[in-house]
Design a protein around this ligand. Structure first.
Ligand code: 13P
Length: 251
């Protein structure tokens, strides 16, 4: 059985003091559910402090990006070894904002995925089409291509640690989420792609999230879909109240 994972991607928001305060508020909001894995992904500079705050809770820590090398002359970059030492269990890779604003391509995403797995981090691999691709009916071909390139070279025994986040670009930060049937259909297609790359058993274990304008009032419809295993939440993860409502969608 796949345990859904709901992760908050804070993007470039919250100073260190605010990040710590947000985690405290989430913890104060009530018990953290056991039926979903809850992850917060603050900016790099807050990871250490947030990690301390998370000790003893069952909220997990994730980073928003990483370099593929362990160390070296890569000014401004952060390595998987550093993230692991701080206590990260997850790392978001290939978010559309990184692909679009920082020129990350499929080959870089693939290198990062392979490196994350080698260093014991679970990659949350983001894929998704833009509005023009959607309008031209290219969603499936484009998204399955992204998935195949991202997981190239991943061994079968590593594949269970993969998480895929289907985030249609037109739904990110727009308030216009995909409809849950449509998201479920694309995610089923992603699972079929994983089946072709690995096998049906492995594809059946890999968690695939939906992301894009997930809010307290729509989380439930996504979670009720058979293929959707959680959510990657941007804006609504920046307030304790809305994030807590999302992670406790079934209470
Ligand atoms: P929003 O939830 O703000 O639409 O952002 C989604 C996202 O990009 C999460 O990675």
């Amino acid at each position: 059985m796949r345990k859904p994972v709901i992760a908050g991607n804070w993007k470039m928001n919250k100073r260190v003091s605010e990040a710590v305060a947000l985690v405290r508020e989430i913890k104060k909001a009530g018990s953290i559910p056991q039926n979903v894995e809850v992850v917060v992904c603050p900016p790099f500079v807050s990871l250490s402090e947030v990690a301390k705050e998370l000790k003893g809770s069952n909220i997990k820590l994730g980073a928003q990006n990483m370099h593929w090398e362990k160390s070296g002359a890569y000014t401004g970059e952060i390595s998987p070894v550093m993230l692991k030492e701080i206590g990260c269990e997850y790392v978001i890779i290939g978010h559309s904002e990184r692909r679009n604003y920082f020129c990350e391509d499929d080959a870089m995403v693939n290198q990062k995925v392979l490196s994350a797995l080698i260093h014991g981090l679970k990659p949350i691999i983001c894929v998704g089409e833009n509005i023009d691709q959607r309008d031209r009916g290219e969603t499936e071909v484009f998204v399955s291509g992204q998935v195949k390139k991202a997981v190239e070279g991943v061994e079968k025994d590593q594949a269970e640690d993969l998480v895929i986040a289907y985030e249609p670009i037109w739904a990110i930060g727009t308030g216009r989420s995909a409809d849950s049937d449509e998201a479920n259909r694309v995610i089923a297609m992603i699972r079929k792609t994983l089946e072709d790359v690995f096998d049906a058993n492995i594809a059946g274990e890999i968690r695939i999230q939906y992301g894009g304008s997930v809010k307290p009032d729509n989380i439930r419809e996504f979670m009720e879909m058979p293929e959707i295993d959680g959510a990657l939440v941007g804006g609504a993860s920046l307030q304790a109240e809305s994030f807590y409502k999302i992670i406790t969608y079934d209470r």
